[in-house]
Design a protein around this ligand. Structure first.
Ligand SMILES: Cc1ncc(COP(=O)(O)O)c(C=O)c1O
Length: 366
């Protein structure tokens, strides 16, 4: 088992997404673009109905199930339209006349999910983080669920505000999670979820693929009277090949799943990610108030760390210093400002330490 994340490139990529991918995966993907399986044809050029892509899909599915510990009563789908398409697909598939969808509103992405669900049915916001500026997520018992929701939706890791649920919430109806910015960064509690989804371009793949893991009873109850591309049951029946799928992005997912296995699986990945994030949070906490994180300490994201200095001018100066030191993608999201370090699975430990050192130096100078 490999213990540290391999990193030989000179730039440290802190981008929130599309984001850094594991080096061994990129090297294999580059070879496969030229010629995969000795077929004389590259992965970008193979028919999605041919034997090579059959092999790629089977291995990707199998590796996904092994790595994620996904129970047999769940299907794994690879869809298109980004995580954003799920904001529409979910209410269209699961809400019927008079149904209510309950949502936990914890940031910019849940805002979009709520807005799209409202176009389709009734939405009850069971917890709203607007007043606390999304510095935290609800504690256990805090959500005020409606009487009989058809589904409950939340976002497990809030990419922009840098908060996360340490544990999935208890919900009175099938629970659906947007795990886009943390999928497979730690084990998933399948017993609590009816469905999880993730846009690929953070922890899994290049943009273009959205992973959906959905329990079979959800497929059975999903609506058939929606356009075919929005039907989960159809995508499941057709092995995610109802239409032409993003084969390359799915292939990279498969390589990433195998890479996670080679790194010891999700428990090991979670320990490594916790240690990486701790380096940066420690630098924030030890800075005597020079750096401030956005999230309350008890729900800090391990994937996305937004922080500010005492002023926008000092933010800009620190960003310039970091850029000169070979760090890229640290500018904060436009809605929060400041800086944000996204440190997904493939981001190296040494990169977190380098940023932490730069922060300690900046704080010491004041
Ligand atoms: C938590 C979360 N949900 C949804 C999205 C939207 O993803 P996509 O661009 O794949 O639609 C993002 C993108 O950053 C995200 O971080």
């Amino acid at each position: 088992m490999q213990t540290t994340v391999e990193h030989t490139r000179t730039t440290l990529n802190f981008s929130a997404g599309p984001a850094i991918l594991p080096e061994p995966v990129l090297k294999q993907a580059a070879e496969d673009i030229w010629d995969i399986d000795g077929s004389g044809i590259g992965i970008l050029e193979h028919s999605h109905r041919g034997g090579v892509v059959d092999r790629v899909f089977e291995e990707t599915q199998a590796a996904c199930r092994r790595v994620g510990g996904i129970p047999d009563d769940f299907e794994v789908l690879f869809l298109q339209g980004g995580a954003s398409m799920q904001f529409a697909m979910i209410p269209m598939a699961f809400l019927r006349e008079g149904d209510t969808a309950d949502h936990l509103h914890t940031g910019a992405w849940t805002k979009r999910a709520v807005a799209d669900a409202r176009l389709v049915g009734d939405v009850h916001v069971a917890w709203d983080g607007t007043e606390c500026d999304f510095r935290r997520v609800p504690e256990a018992g805090e959500p005020d669920w409606s009487d009989n929701p058809a589904l409950c939706a939340y976002c497990s890791n809030n990419t922009i505000y840098g908060t996360r649920f340490n544990e999935a919430p208890d919900a009175p109806a099938p629970l659906i999670a947007d795990m886009s910015s943390e999928m497979f960064s730690r084990p998933v509690d399948w017993s609590k979820h009816a469905m999880v989804f993730a846009g690929g371009q953070k922890n899994l793949a290049p943009a273009g693929v959205t992973m959906v893991v959905i329990r079979r009873d959800m497929l059975e109850r999903s609506r058939r009277d929606v356009p075919s591309m929005l039907r989960y049951d159809l995508h499941a029946d057709k092995d995610s090949r109802y239409n032409t799928p993003p084969v390359f992005a799915i292939h990279v997912c498969g390589l990433v799943f195998k890479w996670i296995e080679s790194m010891g699986g999700l428990e090991a990945m979670a320990r490594r990610n916790d240690a990486k994030a701790a380096m940066i949070y420690d630098a924030i906490d030890a800075s005597g108030g020079f750096f401030k994180g956005h999230s309350d300490p008890n729900c800090r994201s391990v994937m996305n760390v937004p922080f500010v200095t005492p002023s926008p001018e000092q933010d800009a100066a620190f960003l310039a210093e970091a850029t000169a030191a070979g760090m890229s993608g640290l500018k904060g999201h436009r809605s929060v400002g400041g800086l944000r370090a996204s440190i997904y699975n493939a981001f190296p430990e040494a990169g977190c330490e380098a940023l932490a050192q730069l922060m300690r130096d900046a704080a010491a100078r004041g």
